[in-house]
Design a protein around this ligand. Structure first.
Ligand code: GDP
Length: 427
């Protein structure tokens, strides 16, 4: 059985916590897209960790953690991340890296920075981890696959060819130091030594695992609204954030994905630029940001304050639909316990119309939220393990949202820890 764990919104929905929790029953956890540009925060018996590359199931001794072919693999970051968790007492994880994954090159990180500098105020709010230049090169067919590291002649010729191209941009567009092909080749040879112990034919491995009846989790990064096709283009990420892409980015048949658990936070948050209709500002926002998540809504990767807002039924219903949701995991509900009243965005008003269907970016930019005010529950709900024990207004909040989004909320998360979960029906 394969389950995908993906995000409905702009990311930071709490996928890491849900993956870490479900990994208890899993054999294999696969990252299938994205790179070290976002982070999952996980709190468990070993402490609090921000993972950027490793799958969130890495803390269990019984699981295999896989970097799929769809990932933007930053080799030094991966190696440092493995080191940083083992340094804190976590047993050495079993990690496999797809031989077809492509490598984030040092110049991808530079180009990301240079381009953001060049764009100035019009930048995309990139985390400058090289992700957009990486995926551009992958599809322009000048990327480097892990497997290529093991063929010196191919590597040497390609490094020379790519440096020629990149140096034109460095010289004439960015006015920055040029790349030295010999130095780059030496770096790639170092990468080869670092990654060699982990390299695997991942799709073959997963095929066998499926035949053996193993439980596999696919862990997505970011959320639907950051998908390059279905998100708020161009303020999106550079690889598909959808469960459907899990099949491609892991190398498994699409029909093997039997459950799609879409994580949706009880209020909204977003990092980076782009339309965010239910965003709030000022003191009201500052309070939610301070109380939000586990220790405030600040980016796991960048430490940047996240933009926050009320729950957005329009964006979430759309996000859940594009994921093909079978189950909604509704997270961070405990945070809202301080509010007397809780506004929820139930529609968008744009061009003189109200709609509950998420529009294209052009229309989105001038949409205004239509809010419905629900009563708060004014109680700390952490520690509650049964749905019926939640305060009545809290259940009403969950059920109102469930009615609006049209997908079953089968899990409610009321704290950052593994055990902070309320099941509403058996998965
Ligand atoms: P991800 O990228 O989707 O994994 O999300 P992040 O890890 O960036 O952000 C989620 C934040 O919320 C993390 O700090 C989690 O520890 C925290 N978190 C997850 N679920 C809950 C919850 O139910 N309650 C609270 N208070 N925090 C949570």
């Amino acid at each position: 059985m394969v389950k995908a764990i993906v995000g409905a919104n702009w990311g930071d929905e709490g996928k890491g916590k849900i993956t870490d929790m479900l990994a208890k029953e899993a054999d294999i956890i696969v990252r299938f897209q994205g790179g070290a540009n976002a982070g999952h925060t996980i709190v468990n018996d070993y402490g609090k960790f921000a993972l950027h590359t490793l799958p969130s199931g890495v803390f269990y001794g019984h699981t295999t953690s896989i970097i799929g072919n769809g990932v933007a693999l930053d080799i030094p970051v991966l190696i440092e991340e493995i080191q940083s968790i083992t340094d804190r007492g976590v047993p050495a994880p079993k990690v496999l890296v797809s031989d077809r994954a492509q490598i984030v090159m040092p110049y991808h990180v530079l180009f990301d920075q240079y381009e953001e500098e060049r764009l100035g105020g019009k930048s995309f709010g990139s985390t400058k981890s090289g992700i957009a230049p990486f995926y551009s090169d992958k599809f322009a067919k000048i990327g480097f696959q892990v497997s290529e590291l093991f063929y010196d002649d191919i590597l040497k010729e390609k490094v020379k060819r790519v440096c020629e191209l990149k140096n034109v941009l460095l010289e004439h567009l960015y006015h920055k130091p040029l790349l030295d092909p010999d130095a780059l080749l030496a770096t790639l040879q170092e990468y080869r030594e670092l990654v060699a112990p982990y390299v695997c034919d991942v799709s073959l491995y997963l095929d066998k695992a499926l035949k053996d009846g193993k439980n596999i989790l696919l862990e997505g990064q970011l959320g639907t609204l950051k998908d390059p096709d279905h998100g708020i283009y161009p303020m999106v990420t550079s690889s598909s954030t959808l469960a459907a892409y899990g099949a491609v980015g892991a190398g498994i048949p699409p029909y093997e994905i039997g459950k799609i658990i879409t994580v949706c936070k009880a209020y909204s948050s977003a990092v980076g630029a782009g339309a965010f209709v239910s965003e709030i500002f000022g003191e009201e926002a500052e309070e939610l940001r301070r109380r939000g998540g586990d220790g405030g809504e600040y980016g796991a990767k960048t430490g940047r304050p996240r933009r926050v807002g009320w729950f957005d039924c329009v964006a979430s219903k759309y996000g859940l639909r594009l994921q093909g949701t079978t189950d909604v995991a509704f997270t961070v509900l405990d945070v809202l316990g301080y509010l007397d009243e809780i506004p929820v965005c139930v529609g968008y008003e744009a061009d003189g119309e109200v709609t509950s269907d998420f529009p294209v970016t052009g229309k989105l930019s001038h949409a205004k939220p239509v809010l419905k005010i629900l009563p708060g529950w004014k109680e700390d709900i952490r520690g509650i393990r049964e749905y019926e024990k939640l305060p009545e207004n809290c259940r009403k909040y969950v059920e109102f949202i469930e009615g609006q989004i049209g997908y079953p909320i089968t899990m409610v998360s009321n704290g950052p820890g593994r055990e902070d979960i309320i099941y509403r029906s058996v998965l």
